[in-house]
Design a protein around this ligand. Structure first.
Ligand code: HEC
Ligand code: HEC
Ligand code: HEC
Ligand code: HEC
Ligand code: HEC
Ligand code: HEC
Ligand code: HEC
Ligand code: HEC
Ligand code: HEC
Ligand code: HEC
Ligand code: HEC
Ligand code: HEC
Ligand code: HEC
Length: 377
């Protein structure tokens, strides 16, 4: 008796036992019976389940096994060397179930070594645990997988979708949208570079926008997002009130800090990805300020010519001066006003130690000279 026949008989015995004691003869078992015992009649109810792998071709000749008939029934996938009775390709010739070599080497006798030279490799694959995911003989799931590809990864990675907000493809188990199961030229088994992988499905974040936030343009999505799940809205990897400070930690350092900046509410004024506005501001100019401040320009009798250019006088984030002023009030006013002109003004004759804003409102007034006595903005 050859080694191969010995195994066949051994297996046949095992299977015969299990089949006769079983109440329901499944398709699978029918196949087993037919495989090991000549004369088992065709199960005519199940012809559609036969796949093209019933006429296997050698590995090296097969390029794209994509011509399998489309069927709503579970297809029965059979490993070509198994159905061809090439048991001894994998099992010891002496009989028994023991393997003649350890995976992955065993498998790489026929399959190209897909681990060699890769930047990242999957630990169970390296360890030869192919059978954690594949059946070496046959399966009802394509690629001889033990389970559907949408659930197979969760056997060992069940903690990725636990947070409040789950990324849709992750929740759907579409790990293979982003990962290779075995090995990759990119880190973390990613199917593409981490700087482009997100753009496959999100290519519209910066489209037609004049100003692009540098980390977004560079594809560094993971600087701010978790690709799987997060406790924060929109999969942001840290609380939105601290995420920006990772790279911009110098905006709340001075004596006077604008309250929303101190609170980390950058997104009340900025968009995170791209904008048509300079500096990624959500709205242009003073309209940004009216979200939180009463619009004192509206309905004012007299308005300082420069008043709607808030940033001529204020820093939006912080300042060493009160009221977020860019400079000391006296110097600030002299950016646009000339000492020579001011000296000719009657009201300035006895100004003494008073500063401009002791007498003038910087924004609006009830008289044309914006005098504080007369004004209340
Ligand atoms: C004697 C040669 C041989 C050995 C050894 C072998 N295979 Fe295969 N395998 C094939 C052939 C031939 C095919 C069909 C062509 C192809 O997909 O490459 C195949 C296909 C596969 C497929 C894809 C099935 C499909 O539906 O597309 C998987 C998965 C697979 N083998 C896993 C393994 C694993 C795991 C091992 C090691 C335990 C292994 N193979 C060892 C020859 C072999
Ligand atoms: C592509 C390689 C390969 C081929 C070809 C192959 N086997 Fe296996 N077989 C395996 C592997 C791998 C295991 C699992 C070993 C383990 O998990 O430790 C296995 C396990 C078994 C077992 C143990 C029970 C089970 O199903 O886990 C039996 C019995 C068996 N094979 C019989 C056969 C017979 C009979 C043939 C030929 C018709 C055959 N095998 C062809 C790789 C192969
Ligand atoms: C963590 C699970 C897992 C492990 C472990 C694993 N595979 Fe796979 N393998 C997969 C998945 C998932 C696919 C299907 C990929 C797809 O459809 O794109 C696959 C596909 C394959 C294919 C078909 C290749 C193709 O592109 O069609 C072969 C061959 C294969 N695996 C061999 C192996 C071998 C050999 C080992 C062990 C060295 C192994 N696999 C270990 C999950 C795994
Ligand atoms: C049998 C258990 C098992 C299964 C099934 C499994 N993995 Fe893993 N995976 C591991 C182990 C072990 C590690 C290495 C330790 C770690 O990082 O947690 C790992 C690591 C990873 C890594 C990180 C690799 C790196 O370099 O950072 C990714 C990505 C990954 N697995 C994806 C998948 C995908 C996708 C699937 C389904 C196709 C899958 N895993 C199925 C056990 C498994
Ligand atoms: C939208 C793309 C995408 C999908 C879908 C996806 N991942 Fe990931 N995964 C990534 C990226 C990107 C990284 C690298 C993260 C980094 O650089 O910090 C990663 C890293 C990992 C890691 C290693 C680091 C870690 O966070 O533990 C594992 C393990 C992992 N993924 C498993 C899975 C599994 C399992 C699934 C399916 C349930 C899955 N991934 C689905 C993109 C994805
Ligand atoms: C395979 C397609 C696909 C890929 C690749 C992909 N996404 Fe998504 N993503 C989706 C879908 C689908 C949604 C849900 C619908 C929507 O909001 O557009 C989504 C939503 C999101 C959301 C919003 C979640 C929410 O709750 O508002 C963020 C953030 C996100 N993805 C980030 C990423 C990042 C980062 C990557 C790269 C690691 C990535 N996506 C890669 C398909 C994908
Ligand atoms: C600088 C941090 C940062 C970077 C880098 C970043 N994002 Fe975001 N992203 C955010 C924040 C913050 C939100 C939430 C915005 C909100 O709350 O209105 C968000 C929201 C999203 C959303 C959901 C809402 C929307 O605008 O559609 C998607 C999708 C998204 N990001 C994808 C990506 C992708 C893809 C990349 C990489 C190209 C990326 N992000 C890079 C910070 C960032
Ligand atoms: C990973 C680092 C990083 C994170 C996180 C980050 N940024 Fe940036 N940001 C940059 C870099 C780099 C630049 C360009 C150089 C510069 O102006 O400092 C920039 C520039 C900016 C600009 C000026 C853009 C322009 O065209 O003038 C704004 C506004 C901005 N970031 C807002 C934010 C906001 C809001 C957040 C949080 C949602 C954030 N940044 C998170 C790195 C980051
Ligand atoms: C009250 C609105 C507002 C808030 C809140 C705000 N910004 Fe700004 N930011 C602006 C405006 C307006 C500009 C442009 C100023 C100009 O045109 O001179 C700007 C400019 C910037 C710039 C580019 C110029 C510079 O000063 O470096 C960066 C970077 C920036 N902001 C980051 C942030 C970050 C990070 C936060 C949160 C910590 C934040 N901003 C909070 C309104 C705001
Ligand atoms: C997200 C809400 C918000 C936005 C938008 C906003 N502010 Fe404020 N601002 C505040 C809060 C809160 C305070 C502190 C309470 C107060 O004085 O009203 C404040 C205070 C100020 C102060 C007084 C600071 C001090 O310490 O005396 C100035 C000046 C100021 N804001 C200017 C602006 C300008 C200019 C804009 C438009 C670029 C703007 N703010 C947009 C919320 C906002
Ligand atoms: C010509 C310079 C200048 C311009 C332009 C300007 N401010 Fe002011 N702002 C000041 C000065 C000076 C103060 C301090 C007034 C004081 O201490 O009496 C001030 C104070 C404030 C305060 C603190 C509350 C208060 O009234 O004391 C807010 C809020 C404010 N400005 C908002 C704005 C907004 C919004 C704009 C744009 C629409 C703007 N400012 C334009 C100079 C200016
Ligand atoms: C960004 C330029 C700019 C700054 C800074 C500026 N002004 Fe003016 N101011 C003007 C212009 C333009 C006019 C109208 C033409 C003129 O009279 O010179 C004006 C006019 C005035 C008037 C006369 C009222 C009117 O509408 O004709 C007063 C009073 C005044 N400014 C006070 C101040 C005070 C006080 C400061 C400092 C807090 C200041 N200005 C800072 C540009 C500026
Ligand atoms: C003691 C109060 C007082 C101080 C301090 C003061 N002003 Fe005036 N300013 C006035 C009065 C009153 C007028 C009314 C016009 C007049 O008397 O001819 C006036 C008018 C003006 C005008 C309008 C002149 C024109 O030609 O119509 C400007 C501009 C002006 N002041 C700017 C300033 C600036 C800038 C400062 C600070 C360097 C300043 N003022 C400091 C009281 C003051």
């Amino acid at each position: 008796m050859t080694g191969r026949t010995k195994i066949s008989w051994l297996v046949a015995a095992v299977f015969f036992g299990s089949v006769v004691t079983s109440v329901c003869a499944t398709d699978a078992k029918h196949k087993w019976l037919k495989f090991f015992f000549d004369g088992v009649p065709d199960d005519t109810t199940n012809r559609a389940a036969v796949t093209s792998n019933a006429n296997p071709t050698p590995a090296e000749e097969v390029t794209a096994p994509s011509t399998r008939p489309v069927s709503t029934e579970p297809e029965f996938i059979v490993h070509p060397p198994f159905i061809k009775h090439e048991c001894a390709e994998c099992h010891e010739a002496g009989g028994g179930q023991s393997l003649r070599q350890k995976p992955p080497q065993l498998c790489f006798n026929c399959h190209k070594d897909f681990l060699v030279g890769k930047k990242s490799t999957h630990q169970p694959v390296v360890d030869g645990e192919c059978m954690d995911c594949h059946d070496p003989h046959q399966a009802t799931v394509k690629k001889l997988l033990l389970k559907k590809p949408t659930v197979i990864c969760l056997d060992c990675h069940d903690d990725l979708a636990k947070k409040k907000v789950v990324h849709q493809p992750v929740g759907d188990g579409e790990c293979l949208d982003c990962h290779n199961p075995h090995a990759s030229d990119n880190k973390h088994l990613l199917a593409k570079k981490d700087t482009v992988i997100c753009l496959d499905c999100h290519d519209d974040l910066t489209k037609n926008k004049k100003v692009v936030h540098q980390p977004v343009g560079d594809g560094e999505c993971m600087d701010c997002h978790n690709p799987h799940s997060s406790d924060n809205k929109h999969l942001v990897s840290k609380k939105p009130t601290v995420i920006c400070l990772d790279c911009h930690d110098d905006l709340a350092k001075k004596k006077v800090v604008h309250q929303p900046v101190g609170d980390g509410e950058c997104l009340s004024c900025h968009v995170p990805h791209a904008s048509n506005n300079k500096h990624l501001v959500a709205k242009v100019g003073a309209t940004l300020c009216w979200d939180c401040h009463d619009n004192f320009l509206q309905g004012a009798k007299f308005t300082h010519d420069a008043a709607d250019d808030c940033f001529a006088c204020h820093d939006p984030h912080q300042s060493g001066e009160h009221a977020l002023l860019k400079k000391k009030p006296a110097d600030l006013c002299m950016d646009c006003h000339d000492q020579k002109d001011l000296a000719q003004v009657k009201g300035h004759a006895n100004a003494g130690a008073k500063t401009c804003i002791d007498c003038h409102d910087p924004h609006v007034g009830k008289d044309k000279n914006l005098l504080k006595g007369a004004s209340k903005k």
